[in-house]
Write a protein that binds this ligand. Structure first.
Ligand SMILES: Nc1nc2c(c(=O)[nH]1)N[C@H]1C(S)=C(S)[C@@H](COP(=O)(O)OP(=O)(O)OC[C@H]3O[C@@H](n4cnc5c(N)ncnc54)[C@H](O)[C@@H]3O)O[C@H]1N2
Ligand code: MOO
Ligand code: MG
Length: 418
């Protein structure tokens, strides 16, 4: 059986990011939030766009005011008022000043701004009561923050509020972003019913379909929910065939263990998939299956990735977080930040494992006085119990052969972003 590390290397080694030259779309800035930039962006504007004032005050010539003080103020004539948004009309000469407001364009002739608090005004005269620190004080120079035509944002970064602010200010309102990933989701099992259906004796509600669709949506993908597929080889074959034609990634749950109705692996082989992983030493999630389908789309496109997740509800979520999420993030075009994030945290509880497989225990990762702590979810840590999965923000990891970690010790925790 493969170790978790080996399985991760196989999966991430087979995933290549979408092609930035072909697999992108142009979107308006207003709908770009959460998308990933497919090409570097530059602006035609310098930042600041013009020399401008950092303060409400007076634009002056430094030489006129450099020795000013409260006893012997420099006295200047105010020749113009320059609010932000206006173009100055007058060239400042020695002995003159312009009233200027924060962000307003510096007038020609002036080289320094004196802040209002260092002045006293009498009609059209301004008394400078203290010298500025140096020439150019409180002047923000054109191009000091960014020069037009140079790279503003690099390809492969997610567009969140700070990037949207930068792009808006730079008047970049149409942006190339990677297309959203299409992720087909299907649940296998004769026993499954949809949440809204009345439950007959022995039936199980299909929670995995909903959980996996939620995870895909949260990551910015498009979930294609293909519903419940009965445990019949032909039905499964039809459903998987349809899924690989319509999606970049297929997630099925159930049917990957050794039971009489576990057909997924057999069908993958019959459909010509290359099966890379049949089981992983992870608890929960051991029967995880990973395969690729080549040649279903155009010649230069990527293979379709197939994850056969175990049916137990916790197993399917844990294997998603550990293996599928990094793969989807890498595929989606993110240049960095697609690897799983582990945080060292102080465990508040004793943690137990049988030591046979790398064990993931669910709970909450909390920051207390600057130190991460892990709170184990109460109740059963059975892969069939999803009730105590609500509000999971971290999975504590006990390595193989590590059967016990006492409360108070540091444990590695896989961070979950909800
Ligand atoms: N003899 C063995 N039996 C099992 C082994 C083993 O090694 N030898 N492995 C166990 C482990 S570990 C897991 S995990 C499960 C995985 O089973 P499958 O992936 O084949 O899943 P199913 O048998 O179809 O279902 C298992 C369980 O999960 C419920 N289920 C399935 N789909 C859903 C869904 N969409 N929503 C909610 N619940 C679902 C299903 O009803 C079963 O109760 O196998 C162990 N067995
Ligand atoms: O891997 Mo199974 O998920 O231990 O129940
Ligand atoms: Mg089974």
């Amino acid at each position: 059986m493969l170790s978790v590390k080996e399985a991760e290397e196989i999966i991430l080694g087979l995933v290549q990011p979408l092609d930035e030259n072909q697999e992108y779309e142009i979107v308006n800035l207003s709908s770009a939030v959460g998308r990933i930039l497919a090409a570097a962006v530059s602006s035609q504007l310098d930042f600041p766009h013009w020399d401008n004032s950092a303060m409400d005050g007076y634009a002056v010539q430094f030489a006129d005011v450099q020795f000013a003080n409260a006893q012997q103020p420099a006295v200047l004539e105010i020749v113009e008022e320059i609010p932000a948004g206006c173009q100055p009309q007058i060239v400042i000469k020695s002995g003159q000043a312009a009233r200027i407001l924060t962000g307003a364009v510096m007038p020609l002739g002036a080289d320094t701004v004196v802040m209002q608090e260092q002045t006293r005004r009498e009609g059209d005269r301004i008394f400078i009561l203290a010298p500025p620190a140096q020439p150019q004080a409180f002047v923000r120079h054109q191009g000091a923050f960014y020069q037009a035509g140079t790279q503003l944002l690099s390809a492969g970064i997610p567009l969140n509020a700070p990037e949207i602010a930068v792009l808006a200010a730079a008047q970049c309102h149409q942006l190339p972003v990677y297309r959203r990933l299409r992720v087909a989701i299907l649940s296998t099992g004769d026993e499954l019913v949809a949440p809204e259906q009345p439950l007959q004796a022995g039936q199980i509600v299909d929670s995995n379909q909903y959980a996996l669709a939620a995870l895909v949506t949260q990551m910015g993908g498009i979930p294609l929910c293909l519903g419940i597929v009965p445990d019949q080889p032909q039905a499964l074959k039809d459903a998987i065939s349809q899924a690989i034609l319509s999606a970049d990634v297929v997630l099925s749950s159930g049917g990957v263990s050794v039971g009489d109705y576990d057909y997924v692996e057999q069908i993958l082989a019959e459909l010509g998939a290359e099966i890379h992983i049949r089981a992983v030493a992870i608890k929960p999630g051991k029967p995880l299956t990973f395969a690729t389908f080549h040649g279903n789309k155009s010649a230069n496109s990527q293979p379709v990735l197939y994850f056969g997740l175990p049916g137990n509800p916790v197993s399917s979520l844990v294997t998603f977080w550990r293996f599928v999420q990094p793969a989807l993030l890498k595929l989606s075009g993110l240049a960095t930040g697609w690897k799983p994030v582990f945080i060292m945290a102080r465990s508040r509880d004793n943690l137990h494992s049988d030591g046979k497989r790398e064990t993931y225990l669910w709970g909450q990762l909390q920051l207390v006085d600057g130190v991460y702590e892990f709170q184990l979810a109460g109740g059963s840590h059975s892969s069939g119990n999803l009730i105590n999965l609500a509000q999971t923000t971290g999975l504590a990891v006990l390595p193989v052969e590590h059967k016990f970690l006492p409360a108070g010790k540091t444990v590695k925790v896989l961070a979950i972003n909800n």
